[in-house]
Design a protein around this ligand. Structure first.
Ligand SMILES: [Zn+2]
Length: 479
């Protein structure tokens, strides 16, 4: 064999290997990608519209309407105001089994208003901003749902697609009430994603948490003339936080305790007769969280005794950690690998490096390499999500897609900036494609669905899920 012939064969082999790799994207998936690409301009404009509304928890009226209207225009059957939440909705298309759900969030965060520039510059000083990229979140999921809807229309896929418009993730965990309402009871699999500074199938459970208010009621009096007539609600609050801060030393390292003092008197010459503090407790497992929570309630009571005031504890809501589904995540992982990483223009990399410079990070630009599928940690770090509660009633598969440069501080102006420009848009388009491709696998492979359900049952064991929500309506008016 001549050297040239050998070289020729090597090239031929590598081309065919490459073609094989590309051929992992089936025709149906290619069709889904094409649908999303054909609609990308309208999806970007919908995302930018929601970005500009910057509406916070339970007040996402225009954002929710924009998404629901879009779904209706596409021919989805839309139910607005589900689970007693005006801004929650479902949009469904198709019929019969399987039923695949996809989640879309759209709430913003207070105080983070920002223009689409790479240095801190509020658009509406003091206003809210999409510091978690939920404008991208809702629209990418809607794009994926629309692609599935079109494939159902063309007879390429059989079953039902249901988009869930899920409000107030940031503050009150709106999905809790959708789960309580039974809106996921007939669903086979739920697909979900989150904007991020990396691209991967998310196989970490995050943290469970509980939120409650402690209020103290005392007796007002002149702070100097007759303080002996006063019983200070503010004293109780200080004793409460002191108790918590001593208690910190005696909890497991996985526990997080936060509080936000909401009221501690109005004026210095009055003994305060009212105080209020929002407390949040987190741990990696819902079950391990409960004893910590109960101990903190005792501290609240002890503080009331010491200050000789009355107290009241009110549960706001609590969420479970995510029940990971690795079988589903592995399918998502394959689709990410066949899609390959997001590519950026030099202008985008320049923007990314400026964001990194402004936030004190290494100026490496935006990186979207697909991370390998990680081990699921027993005690993961990180935040919490109300997707946890969905994952306890239906197998749930989660994606993270890059919408901001590496190292970007989350819940910050920098995320708001990226979520309104092309770095965010690219992540949104990517997420939409990856989720549509993965859902196609879920529709087409009954055996896969069974395996995912088996893993779900195995992980859940004999735990009986009950959402940590008080009776009655969601706290729509709470500030
Ligand atoms: Zn978020």
């Amino acid at each position: 064999m001549t050297k040239n012939l050998l070289l020729y064969l090597i090239i031929l082999f590598s081309i065919s290997a490459h073609a094989q790799k590309k051929s992992k994207i089936t025709n149906k998936k290619k069709a889904a990608i094409e649908i999303i690409e054909n609609r990308i301009e309208e999806l970007i404009s919908l995302s930018d519209e929601i970005w500009s509304y910057e509406e916070v928890a339970f007040k996402e009226n225009r954002s929710s309407k924009a998404l629901a209207d879009y779904a209706e225009e596409q021919g989805f059957t839309v139910k607005r105001g589900v689970a007693g939440i005006p801004t929650a909705f479902t949009a469904e298309y198709g019929s019969g089994q399987p039923v695949i759900g996809i989640l879309g969030e759209f709430d913003a965060l207070p105080g983070l208003s920002q223009k689409t520039v790479p240095e801190k510059d509020p658009r509406n000083p003091g206003g809210a901003g999409h510091g978690c990229g939920h404008n991208l979140f809702g629209v990418a999921s809607m794009g994926a749902a629309t692609a599935i809807k079109e494939l159902i229309d063309d007879g390429k896929i059989k079953g039902t697609i249901r988009f869930y418009g899920t409000p107030a993730e940031e503050k009150f965990f709106g999905k809790l009430w959708l789960v309580r309402e039974g809106l996921f009871d007939d669903v086979d699999i739920v697909m979900d994603w989150h904007p991020s500074a990396e691209t991967k199938a998310d196989v970490q459970a995050g943290l469970a948490l509980v939120d409650f208010l402690v209020e103290y009621h005392g007796q007002a009096a002149h702070a100097s003339a007759d303080p002996w007539n006063g019983r200070s609600a503010s004293d109780a609050l200080e004793l409460y936080t002191t108790g918590i801060n001593y208690y910190r030393e005696h909890v497991k390292p996985t526990v997080r305790i936060h509080y936000d003092i909401q009221n501690a008197g109005e004026v210095v010459n009055v003994v305060p007769d009212y105080s209020k503090i929002w407390t949040r407790v987190r741990d990696t497992k819902r079950d391990e969280l409960v004893p910590v929570w109960k101990q903190i309630e005792k501290i609240a009571e002890g503080a009331a005794l010491m200050a000789n005031v009355d107290y009241k504890i009110t549960l706001i809501s609590g969420i479970h950690e995510v029940l990971v589904n690795r079988t589903g995540a592995a399918v998502l992982q394959k689709n990410l690998e066949s899609l390959g990483p997001i590519e950026y223009s030099e202008g985008e990399q320049d923007f990314a490096r400026k964001i990194q410079a402004a936030t004190g990070k290494e100026q490496v630009g935006s990186v979207s390499e697909i991370e390998p599928l990680e081990e699921t940690l027993e005690h993961p770090m990180g935040g919490s999500t109300d997707v946890g509660d969905v994952s306890y009633v239906v197998p749930t598969v989660r994606l993270r897609a890059t919408t901001a440069p590496k190292g970007t501080p989350w819940h910050s102006w920098a995320v708001v900036a990226c979520s309104g420009m092309s770095i965010g848009h690219k992540g949104m388009e990517y997420a939409s494609k990856a989720m549509a491709m993965t859902m196609i696998d879920f529709y087409e492979d009954e055996k896969l669905r069974k395996e995912m359900k088996a893993e779900f049952k195995e992980r859940k064991g004999d735990y009986i899920y009950k959402g940590m929500v008080p009776e009655g309506p969601p706290p729509l008016e709470m500030e």
